[in-house]
Design a protein around this ligand. Structure first.
Ligand code: 5GP
Length: 129
């Protein structure tokens, strides 16, 4: 059965899309811990990051780097924090989180961002890609 993230990448479930190419996809986390919190996934469904083959692993991080560079231009921050957990969704993903302080990178923290602002943030990141 397809993961929720595969369904998002396939356009079957809506998301605030940031970027995609043939192999990778980036979209805003629906429960952001900071404004601009973005998830980057391989379209190929693999649960555990370190089960990706070397080429796909390197490609995912290269794509995430491009997204992070766009994200830090679009969302005011000191730097982009990076994390990989995968405790909730069994489809590997990189969390990119714009940080003002280290406290912004706290799992369990949630900021409330209205839908229009989520869309505006996604559009602003996409425009910097
Ligand atoms: P993890 O698996 O790394 O522990 O966390 C999964 C992340 O995916 C969480 O930050 C959660 O908010 C996010 N998430 C879970 N379901 C959805 C969804 O349907 N859409 C989006 N955009 N994000 C989701």
């Amino acid at each position: 059965m397809a993961t929720i993230f595969s369904k998002i990448a396939a356009g079957e479930i809506p998301c605030y899309k940031v970027a995609e190419d043939e192999h990778y996809f980036a979209f805003l986390d629906i429960n952001p811990m900071a404004k601009g919190h973005t998830l980057v996934i391989p379209k190929h469904e693999v649960n555990y990051m370190f089960d990706l083959d070397e080429e796909e692993y390197a490609g995912l991080w290269a794509f995430a780097r491009k997204v992070a560079m766009a994200l830090e231009q679009a969302v005011p921050c000191k730097r982009i924090g990076v994390a990989v957990l995968g405790m909730e969704v069994p489809h590997c993903h990189i969390h990119l989180v714009p940080l003002q302080t280290e406290k912004d990178m706290k799992f369990g923290n949630k900021v409330s961002v209205p839908a229009e602002e989520m869309q505006a943030i996604a559009d602003a990141i996409a425009a910097k890609m």
